[in-house]
Design a protein around this ligand. Structure first.
Ligand SMILES: NC(=O)c1ccc[n+]([C@@H]2O[C@H](COP(=O)([O-])OP(=O)(O)OC[C@H]3O[C@@H](n4cnc5c(N)ncnc54)[C@H](O)[C@@H]3O)[C@@H](O)[C@H]2O)c1
Length: 349
């Protein structure tokens, strides 16, 4: 088993082990005296994994209940949160009880937000089951929902009490979502670990998935410990995301997955910074080859001009500037503020 300690305002541990979800009750019992545990899951994940988690919680003395919502980003809204609150209320959840998020990033973000706000805050546990949630979204305490006007516009910082990562759950994850998570994995290699990037180039990710999860979560832990509230350094986790969000937005959020959009965003940006002499030669080509190796999209029909125009509405912009993350080389990055007015000139569009 691999263990990672996170020293945020509220410290917690992340455990990575095959089969760990069957021991959920033991780990949750170690961190709480709660009577009730509410499992929150979606309609794809619950039928496969909820029983195992529920049995383990019961064996460790918890009264359990299960709240299931229809899978998909479209359900990541306040109306689902309200249904969750009602479920908590009907099952007599008190401030000392606990919420168990079992599923991908959508489940974790919503269950975390409901936990952050119900009765002004109760504890929650993350059991991420998609690659994206195992390497990224289950760690760091960002929780929330979408509004019709944009993604993740409402939310709270609320750290989990423990994170249980079971790589075996990836066996049932549809291939499309595995590639989606690979977008984030490649991002971590680009921004902080040339070693990880090299391993992705020379080995097969699926064969070394536990090491990959451990590496990515360790990087995210380091960044989040430095900047828990996302006011500085944490922006580096957005490498590829500014163009990526624009590509997703232009495609109406259903023509390309998030991870693939991030991959293309990283590639396009690095081609430009390489041409400008900011990034070491051959970096974009290495990113291209890695995206290709893992079967990810390599280009978009939208022009750079359209993408640059769409980034102006990105929520990561602060006032007159947008924070771009540039690579110096694989494994080394920095934050570059670009004035929104000067973007067309900078990108030559
Ligand atoms: N909080 C953060 O820091 C953070 C970071 C990155 C992304 N996010 C959020 O994460 C969300 C995306 O996460 P996601 O890609 O995990 O989406 P998701 O939760 O919708 O999961 C993707 C799909 O895979 C299915 N699934 C998940 N695990 C499975 C398994 N083991 N077996 C079979 N099916 C499985 C889900 O039902 C869903 O259909 C977005 O809403 C994004 O905003 C949050």
């Amino acid at each position: 088993m691999k263990t990672i300690e996170v020293k945020t305002g509220k410290p917690y541990n992340i455990y990575i082990e095959r089969g760990i979800i069957s021991q959920t009750g033991k780990y949750v019992r170690n961190i709480t005296g709660a009577i009730r545990a509410v499992i929150v899951s979606d309609s794809n994940v619950a039928p496969i994994y909820a029983e195992r988690v529920e049995n383990s919680l019961k064996e460790n003395g918890f009264e359990t209940s299960l709240f299931v919502f229809e899978a998909g980003e479209e359900r990541k809204r306040l109306s689902t949160i309200e249904q969750m609150y009602m479920h908590f209320y009907e099952h007599n959840v008190t401030r000392t009880d606990i919420v168990v998020a079992l599923g991908g990033g959508v489940t974790g973000d919503m269950a975390g937000f409901a936990a952050a706000s119900y009765l002004r805050g109760i504890e929650f546990v993350q059991i991420p089951t998609s690659l994206l949630s195992q390497v990224d979204s289950s760690v760091g305490g960002k929780t929330g929902v979408d509004l019709p006007s944009g993604k993740n516009l409402v939310g709270a910082f609320w750290q989990p009490s423990v994170v249980l990562i079971d790589p075996d759950t990836l066996d049932t994850l549809p291939k499309k979502f595995f590639s989606d998570g690979m977008g984030e994995v490649i991002k971590y290699g680009c921004i902080r670990s040339s070693e990880l990037f090299k391993r992705l180039e020379t080995e097969n990710a699926a064969d070394i998935i536990e090491d990959i999860i451990y590496e990515c979560v360790s990087i995210k832990r380091d960044v989040v410990e430095q900047d828990e509230r996302d006011t500085g350094e944490r922006a580096i986790l957005n490498f590829g995301h500014t163009f990526g969000h624009a590509i997703e937005k232009l495609g109406g959020y259903n023509s390309i997955t998030h991870g693939e959009a991030v991959g293309i965003g990283a590639l396009m940006l690095t081609r430009i910074t390489e041409e400008k002499g900011i990034t070491t030669n051959n970096t974009a080509q290495r990113i291209y080859r890695l995206l290709d190796k893992y079967g990810m999209a390599l280009s978009t029909d939208f022009s750079l001009k359209e993408i640059v125009k769409a980034t102006r509405g990105d929520k990561k912009s602060s006032g007159k500037h947008i924070n771009f993350i540039f690579l110096k080389e694989i494994g080394k990055c920095f934050i570059q503020k670009i004035n929104i007015e000067e973007m067309p000139e900078f990108f030559g569009v």
